[in-house]
Design a protein around this ligand. Structure first.
Ligand code: HAM
Length: 411
């Protein structure tokens, strides 16, 4: 017996992926984002330096291995760091230049698969590089909401928060540690060290004891500096101006370490976060580039498609080809093949029987293939140089001169 599928991804028919990708491309076009394709694996250093050694994504969930030359590499656990590496390596930036990049592809995280969580999944990402303006944050959020709309998800509420600059987080981390002081004393050394290294991570906890302990913790919003406060207020104005439904949720801190100021998520009750994003003003510099304020989002495509399914918004499959050419008699088979060649040379897709099936079986096959039209050739049609057309959806039938049929076939 074969082992169970490893990645445990939900299996969507290919047309769902096409729709997910064409929506992503449509949004890229609407907002002017250029696609980058980055390698699936990278030197592990890229992720250690960007996503943060204290984040679960890097410390626990990365697929890493040594190659035959003893180089330490990792399957990408997210799309932002590779996109920034590509941005730096190809010198896309420059003083005052704003770049808009996007990507769509598989990412990998070693975790326990469950509903909405897989070891291999896909992210659609949009990254706006080089602008410090809250208008950039608003653009990313607006593009995200548009993506969800394109795949059929309306009425989503975006949860936004600001985690401020380094000083804010420093002060807030001290506040967290002093708030959970007693609980921390009861933890083992490893847990204590981890909590002290990145206290913000404690806020993501699902542990009920720690959750209770965190009750009454003051909001990070009270710790923001003046600039961060002003930017957060401006972001909210811009979102309102763009008609984006949002709410402020000060519990959103995000699981990766590179964020500054704005962070946001769209959350579904069934599948958790459908996307996550925010501003990461220090990342490009951290990776060896010039100081470049940036903001972006990663959309979890499987989760988004699962929610579209629940909402009854899954698009129907399109047939691989619209026409099925039927040979109604033995002597019409060669003429049917010729007609198929002609249709294809005109750029019209069609399918036909290769195995000498009966007329009834050919119609059945046409139906199975999802064809909506049949072009039937029999002895009468050959004698009169006509084609009989049957619309499989409406049942309508007509016989047309062959040259007329060829003119209308691609309508
Ligand atoms: P992230 O929140 O780690 O952010 O992932 C983005 C989205 O990927 C999540 O909101 C979720 O929908 C989906 N996701 C995460 N883990 C899984 C999983 N195991 N199975 C299925 N879906 C999953 C990032 O990766 C950042 N790079 C986002 C970003 C872009 N920030 C700025 N620019």
């Amino acid at each position: 017996m074969l082992p169970a599928p490893y990645a445990k991804e939900p299996v969507f028919e290919a047309h769902r992926w096409h729709a997910a990708e064409s929506s992503y491309r449509k949004v890229a076009g609407l907002f002017g984002y250029q696609e980058v394709r980055t390698p699936i694996f990278e030197d592990i250093e890229l992720f250690l330096r960007s996503s943060g050694e204290t984040s679960d994504v890097v410390s626990k969930e990365m697929y890493d291995f040594k190659d035959k030359g003893d180089r330490h590499v990792a399957l990408r656990p997210e799309g932002t760091a590779p996109a920034m590496r590509a941005y730096i390596d190809s010198s896309m930036g420059g003083q005052g230049v704003v770049s808009r990049l996007c990507y769509f592809g598989p990412v990998f995280r070693y975790n326990r698969p469950q509903k909405g969580r897989y070891r291999q999944f896909h992210q659609a990402g949009y990254e706006l590089i080089g602008s410090p303006s809250p208008l950039a944050d608003a653009e990313i959020i607006t593009a995200t909401v548009r993506y969800f709309k394109e795949i059929g998800l309306d009425n989503l509420v975006v949860k936004v928060n600001s985690i401020g600059r380094a000083e804010t987080r420093g002060a807030y981390e001290l506040a967290i540690l002093s708030h959970v002081d007693k609980w921390l004393d009861g933890q083992d050394e490893e847990q204590q060290a981890k909590a002290r290294k990145n206290p913000l991570r404690l806020l993501d906890t699902k542990d009920p004891d720690l959750r209770a302990e965190l009750d009454g913790l003051p909001s990070i919003l009270g710790f923001l500096g003046d600039d961060s406060k002003a930017n957060f207020a401006a972001l909210q104005e811009h979102l309102a101006e763009s008609g984006v439904a949002y709410e402020v949720d000060d519990s959103i801190v995000r699981g990766l370490d590179y964020y500054t100021d704005t962070v946001f998520e769209v959350v579904s009750t069934e599948y958790g976060a459908l996307c996550g994003g925010g501003r990461y003003d220090g990342l490009v510099e951290q990776l060896g580039g010039p100081s470049t304020p940036s903001v972006g989002v990663g959309i979890g495509v499987e989760r988004a498609l699962l929610v579209a399914d629940m909402a009854g918004k899954a698009p129907r499959a399109e047939a691989p080809s619209r026409w099925y050419v039927v040979a109604a008699t033995e002597s019409a088979r060669a003429a049917a093949r010729t007609l198929a060649i002609e249709l294809r040379s005109m750029g019209v897709g069609c399918t036909l029987d290769l195995d000498g099936r009966s007329v009834k079986a050919q119609f059945k096959q046409a139906d199975r293939n999802g064809a909506s039209m049949t072009a039937v050739l029999g002895d009468d049609e050959l004698a009169n140089e006509t084609v009989s057309v049957k619309d499989l959806v409406t049942g309508e039938q007509k016989t047309l001169p062959r040259h007329v049929f060829l003119r209308i076939a691609d309508d």
